[in-house]
Design a protein around this ligand. Structure first.
Ligand SMILES: [Zn+2]
Length: 344
């Protein structure tokens, strides 16, 4: 009996030793820090910065959606550090937003915005007014009258503009992104970067080439995430305007040395959408869709990191989405990167 107990204890402790000493092959955490950027804010003079609806403001909605997104991300991915660029109603400069993202070495930058469309202008015939006028001079002067059309001018909200759009920076801004990558060198913050890249002199051509590779990778990742976000919006019945390259620069998108997207959550100028954007349910749905997309993105990154792993991360891209990604990467390839000279 004693012998048997001894054996069991021995076996047990042996296995315990084995368990504690067997290196657990845990995959590297692909997303450590996510930056959430609530667009706009209250300016120093007390005014709202951003678009305006009939009763609400873009900056208020951006903050409310961002707060819900932060809460959902923290709850779903407690291991990820979440940083807010604008935690209060007050505006934060674009430069400061980029600084916060870069100094915290974010792995992802998600900016939350609300879209707007100018109202439709109408001109309606209201009636005619009789106008008196004169012809001729002196004795020939004659009083005449004529009817003049009177118009009523008014505007109505542009109800055709609705739905979501998710942007990545335009390929023509790839050079700026590359500069941000070079200046902030996010690759040097990676685990075992020396093993991966060796000793790198930030002024060397090798380092510049590496920044370029990194910029391309960020472009591809941003394009992928933006498509995932739009797919989630479509699943809950939003009208998805798809994933697009921002033609007029959203400076923060290219000033952040990490994959970055800008989500236009809906049109504040569309009465139905203004109501949705201001409702708690709508905000929760938006935050939930983005959280799910981040989940798909994590799975996709993990699959890229370990292609052998059996994870169902394949998100089928529609033909147009695949084309967007291809055209974006091609534009990056053909970009001259004027500031980047690989010769010494
Ligand atoms: Zn905005």
């Amino acid at each position: 009996m004693l012998k048997k107990t001894f054996l069991i204890v021995t076996l047990f402790s042996f296995s315990a030793v084995l368990t504690s000493f067997t290196p657990v092959k845990k995959s590297q955490q692909v997303l450590k820090t996510v930056i959430i950027d609530a667009g706009h804010g209250i300016m120093a003079n007390g005014g709202h910065n951003g678009a305006k609806g009939t009763y609400s403001y873009e900056d208020d909605i951006c903050l409310a959606v961002s707060k819900k997104l932060v809460a959902q991300l923290k709850q779903t991915y407690p291991e990820i550090k979440i940083i807010e660029t604008r935690g209060s109603e007050n505006i934060v400069s674009l430069k400061e937003r980029a600084n916060i993202a870069n100094h915290n070495r974010g792995d992802l930058f998600i900016s939350i915005h609300v879209n707007a469309m100018p109202p439709i202008h109408h001109k309606e015939l209201a009636g005619y007014k009789t106008e008196v006028y004169y012809t001729g001079k002196g004795k020939k002067k004659k009083k005449r009258t004529r009817k003049v059309a009177q118009y009523h001018y008014y505007t109505t909200p542009n109800t055709r503009a609705k739905g979501t759009q998710t942007y990545i920076w335009g390929a023509h801004k790839a050079e700026d992104k590359e500069v941000a990558v070079r200046e902030n060198a996010p690759m040097l913050a990676e685990e075992n970067y020396q093993e991966k890249y060796g000793d790198i002199d930030p002024n060397s051509p090798e380092f510049i080439a590496l920044s370029l590779v990194k910029t391309k990778q960020f472009g591809q990742r941003s394009a992928m995430l933006s498509q995932m976000v739009e797919q989630e919006f479509a699943k809950v019945g939003r009208i998805s305007g798809g994933s697009k390259q921002r033609q007029v620069g959203i400076w923060v998108l290219q000033a952040t040395a990490m994959p970055s997207i800008l989500v236009e959550t809906g049109f504040i100028t569309n009465p139905d959408e203004e109501q949705y954007l201001n409702s708690s349910d709508g905000q929760l749905e938006l935050a939930g869709s983005i959280t799910k997309a981040v989940g798909s993105y994590i799975t996709w990154l993990e699959k890229k990191q370990n292609p052998a792993a059996k994870v169902s991360a394949s998100i089928p891209l529609t033909a147009s989405e695949a084309k967007l990604e291809e055209s974006f990467l091609e534009a990056l390839d053909h970009h001259s990167f004027a500031g980047t000279k690989l010769t010494k």
